[in-house]
Design a protein around this ligand. Structure first.
Ligand SMILES: [Zn+2]
Ligand SMILES: [Zn+2]
Length: 389
């Protein structure tokens, strides 16, 4: 085996219990998006002890950038860490393990960087769920000089990443007129406008392109049954393979709402109530490289690149700034759902630990190859430029 691969293995295996202690600590103290002060602190402290310089709160309060500049010039490789949890299910998306994987790969690369060159960054990207930490970070230019960004998400399958849907989160607010419910002729029901809009948008679903998802809830529907509600609201996600199409179906939904307001003598306004996410650009060269590393490590049943996006992720924004991959590693049986307590439990299990070992080694090997093989890095970058067009 390549001596540097051996050094990577050695470093990660030696420290695996430290990484799992971090993973367990985050599991025990789950923090939702932009509240991850504890995770930010323990991960930053670890990196500082490992010899990185760390900047905190660069683009948002709970982010961090750990950096090690080696003695030799070379590309900038970023390992992304997520660490936000979910309400109710804690680390049910397994982001605590993503952080462990990023730290492990970063430390292993840092230890050989003076010989092979390059700049190693471990970037803490908070609030992946709902708030788009990476969107804010890309807007602030955090990834502008990065040559390649790597990460692996745990789940119930091994995979090479793939496309994700663009997401446009839209809130509709309705304004009517209060009245005693026994004198409804004096009022205008914002709730009726919301209900009718909900029905209209449901009818719209039949007439959209495949792989497009529209889902919403009634957020406010009035306060008392004997008062005609003057205010109601709906919150929607419009998801599509491209942001262009997500915006197109948003416009169609706005027409549905206009009709509902005309019918109910009410008015409305729209706003973007969460962070919009870009779709993800796939880099097949990186995907093939991850496949090669997984196979080398004996990882089995590797799913091909997902050509149809299911959910949405803020990794999409990074993928438009630099070549990016988010692979996946199996830590639980397929019957275990994402966003569940069972998935959270898997992150601190023996399979979680094995997943951390395989995933961090795989992306560390990838980083080594990309640093030491400029031709390979060029292919990755050329593909990225083409895909962006
Ligand atoms: Zn999630
Ligand atoms: Zn996730």
């Amino acid at each position: 085996m390549n001596q540097y691969y051996e050094a990577i293995n050695h470093c990660i295996e030696n420290h695996v219990n430290d990484y799992m202690t971090l993973v367990q600590d985050m599991y025990d103290h789950p923090e939702t998006g932009f509240q991850e002060f504890h995770a930010q602190e323990i991960l930053s402290d670890y990196l500082i002890k490992a010899g990185f310089t760390v900047k905190k709160s660069v683009a948002c309060e709970t982010d961090f950038i750990g950096e090690y500049v080696s003695q030799k010039e070379g590309p900038i490789i970023a390992f992304m860490c997520e660490y936000d949890a979910l309400p109710e299910v804690g680390h049910g998306c397994g982001h605590n393990l993503i952080a462990g994987i990023g730290i492990a790969a970063g430390e292993a690369l840092k230890n050989i960087a003076d010989e092979i060159g390059g700049v190693i960054r471990v970037i803490g990207t908070p609030a992946e769920e709902n708030f788009g930490g990476k969107v804010q970070m890309t807007k602030a230019g955090v990834f502008d000089d990065v040559d390649v960004a790597l990460m692996v998400h745990p789940g119930s399958k091994n995979g090479l990443g793939g496309k994700s849907n663009a997401l446009n989160p839209v809130k509709f607010e309705f304004f009517g007129k209060n009245a005693h419910a026994c004198h409804p002729q004096n009022g205008a029901s914002a709730l009726d406008a919301a209900v009718l809009s909900f029905i209209n948008i449901n009818l719209l679903r039949q007439f959209v392109e495949p792989n497009t998802f529209i889902h919403g809830i009634i957020k406010d529907g009035g306060q008392a049954a004997n008062v005609i509600p003057a205010y109601a609201s709906l919150e929607y996600y419009f998801r599509a393979p491209t942001m262009k199409y997500a915006l197109e179906i948003t416009d169609k939904a706005i027409n549905c709402v206009k009709g509902a307001c005309q019918a109910t003598n009410t008015t409305f306004k729209t706003s973007i109530y969460e962070c919009p996410y870009e779709d993800t650009l796939v880099n097949y060269t990186l995907a093939n490289l991850l496949k090669e590393k997984y196979e080398f490590l004996g990882v089995e049943n590797i799913e091909p690149v997902k050509e149809v996006g299911e959910g949405s992720t803020d990794v999409g924004s990074v993928s438009y700034v630099c070549p990016t991959i988010q692979g996946s590693i199996k830590i639980a049986e397929e019957t275990v759902q994402g966003h569940s307590k069972e998935m959270a439990a898997a992150t601190i299990s023996e399979t979680g630990k094995q997943g951390l070992l395989a995933a961090s080694k795989a992306i560390a090997y990838m980083a080594y190859d990309l640093i030491t093989q400029p031709d390979l890095l060029n292919v990755v970058k050329e593909e990225f430029k083409e895909a962006k067009k």
